[in-house]
Design a protein around this ligand. Structure first.
Ligand SMILES: [Zn+2]
Length: 186
């Protein structure tokens, strides 16, 4: 029994994901508020939600809510067991660390897709912008508004979006070369 525990621990630490790498995925999928739970569970196994709540000084409802949100993204998993003394069910939680690289890759691909969409919109349209910067829209849309800002009534002018396009291209390049593998290092 004890030997098995050692084996599990070893397997987990062998993954050597950097803290930052894990953080990025958890923040992206669930939010910063879930980080303490993840790092509390990391390297441990089957931790009762009551222990998590107590150790992190969180309300049990809040703890469960965060755990379920993490669970929705497969970032944690649980074992439900009946407490022999109290008679009710308690969930024991584990951090699903091995899902992190896969989740990171998914996030990266989604970001690439989004930026490509945005880029093609920027490249294939002329944009018009209000002097006061309250509105920015495509040519077709600004025709509808008679080239007048719907917010303040100012005339909207043709906007040079070269810099936006360059920015998006740069970002895309960065995302494409920044593979999960490269980020995996400690
Ligand atoms: Zn305006």
């Amino acid at each position: 029994m004890e030997q098995k525990q050692v084996l599990i621990e070893k397997k987990k630490t062998n993954m050597k994901l950097s803290k930052k790498f894990i953080e990025d995925v958890v923040v992206e999928l669930v939010g910063e508020e879930a980080l303490p739970i993840i790092f509390f569970l990391r390297g441990k196994s089957k931790i009762s939600e009551f222990i998590i709540a107590e150790e992190l000084d969180l309300e049990i409802h809040r703890t469960r809510n965060l755990l379920y949100r993490l669970y929705e993204h497969n970032l944690v998993f649980f074992l439900r067991k009946k407490d022999k003394i109290k008679g009710w069910y308690i969930c024991y939680w584990d951090f699903n660390e091995k899902i992190i690289p896969e989740a990171a890759e998914k996030i990266r691909l989604q970001k690439i897709e989004k930026i490509e969409e945005r880029l093609s919109k920027e490249e294939s349209n002329n944009f018009f912008m209000c002097k006061n910067a309250c509105a920015r829209m495509t040519f077709d849309k600004s025709v509808e508004f008679n080239f007048k800002c719907p917010e303040c009534g100012q005339i909207m002018n043709d906007q040079d979006n070269t810099r936006t396009i360059e920015f998006l291209q740069e970002k895309l390049k960065e995302l494409k070369k920044n593979t999960t593998h490269a980020k995996k290092k400690v």
